[in-house]
Design a protein around this ligand. Structure first.
Ligand code: DGT
Ligand code: MG
Ligand code: MG
Ligand code: MG
Ligand code: MG
Length: 268
């Protein structure tokens, strides 16, 4: 599944040990969600209830674990920075299920999520990781949107739709959507095109704390990053208080990060 220049970051994946002063990504992914989504008849290609449930679970996990800086979700996966726990996500997914699927009773096999930790030594690697996930989201969504338009609106067999799309590039798919189905891909919902980014938005709550945080952290040397216990506790409390927002925005361009300097400010 070659998809972009960002894909090289996958080669950084290593087993077991986590190092200090690195960006830790915990990537979780629904187990067997191909079957799970069929069992509960999720809408194709995107089920808004399922994605909203994923986002609600991510938000709950971030509220519970203030060390998490940012999270990105697409399909049945959610990527988080700093030690997250896949089981907390699973627990909330189950707990919140009835809010999003009130008419569907969960029954075994129950949903679960696998998790893996990857260390990225630089902000650039970290940003490339986020870009990789968002490019993947776009590529998959454009393909799935076109595929399901051919099947659901065009009355094609799945295997014929697959054949039709083999070897096509983005502009071909945009053209199929527009000329045959009057769908302008640009007007598709942002949540499907861009995925979901969850982060603490200090601007919304305490305008002062964002800049405070950057000043404190950017002046520090590596040794000083070994913060005192009390300082760590203070930071943790501040993070726990901040409001978590979920947005469907571009995280590939600089703008998202430049507007929120507190997100990636405390490491090299
Ligand atoms: P795994 O992760 O190896 O245990 O296996 P799966 O089956 O979870 O495969 P994966 O994670 O590569 O692909 C995610 C599956 O979930 C894929 O078959 C599409 C499905 N899925 C995710 N979100 C939606 C949705 O909103 N609607 C529908 N219909 N299916 C979805
Ligand atoms: Mg998986
Ligand atoms: Mg999966
Ligand atoms: Mg997946
Ligand atoms: Mg643990």
């Amino acid at each position: 599944m070659a998809n972009s220049k960002y894909e090289y970051v996958k080669a950084f994946e290593q087993p077991d040990i986590l190092l200090p002063n690195t960006w830790i990504v915990i990537r979780i992914d629904g187990r067997g969600f191909h079957k799970f989504s069929a069992k509960y008849a999720f809408a194709k290609p995107n089920d808004r209830r399922a994605l909203d449930l994923m986002n609600a679970a991510a938000k709950a996990v971030m509220s519970e674990l203030p060390d998490i800086v940012i999270a990105y979700g697409v399909s049945d996966e959610y990527s988080k920075l700093v030690t997250t726990i896949a089981s907390t996500f699973t627990a909330y997914f189950v707990h919140l299920w009835r809010d999003y699927f009130p008419d569907l009773q969960l029954s075994p096999p129950l949903p679960s999520f696998d998790g893996r930790a990857v260390m990225y030594p630089s902000v650039q690697n970290l940003r490339d990781y986020m870009s990789w996930r968002q490019v993947d989201c776009h590529i998959n969504n454009l393909y799935n949107t076109t595929f399901w338009a051919l099947v659901q609106s065009g009355g094609m067999e799945a295997k014929d739709a697959e054949k039709e799309l083999a070897g096509t590039v983005s502009s071909d798919k945009n053209e199929i959507l527009f000329s045959r189905f009057k769908i302008n891909y640009n007007n598709e919902p942002e949540i499907y095109k861009k995925g979901s980014v969850a982060f603490r938005d200090y601007e919304l709550v305490e305008p002062s704390s964002a800049s405070e945080m950057v000043e404190e952290d950017s002046a520090k040397t590596t040794e000083q990053l070994e913060l005192s216990k009390t300082q760590q506790e203070k930071d943790r409390k501040r993070r726990a208080k901040a409001r978590i927002t979920i947005q469907h925005v571009d995280v590939i361009k600089d703008e998202f990060w430049e507007r929120r300097p507190w997100l990636l400010s405390n490491k090299p």
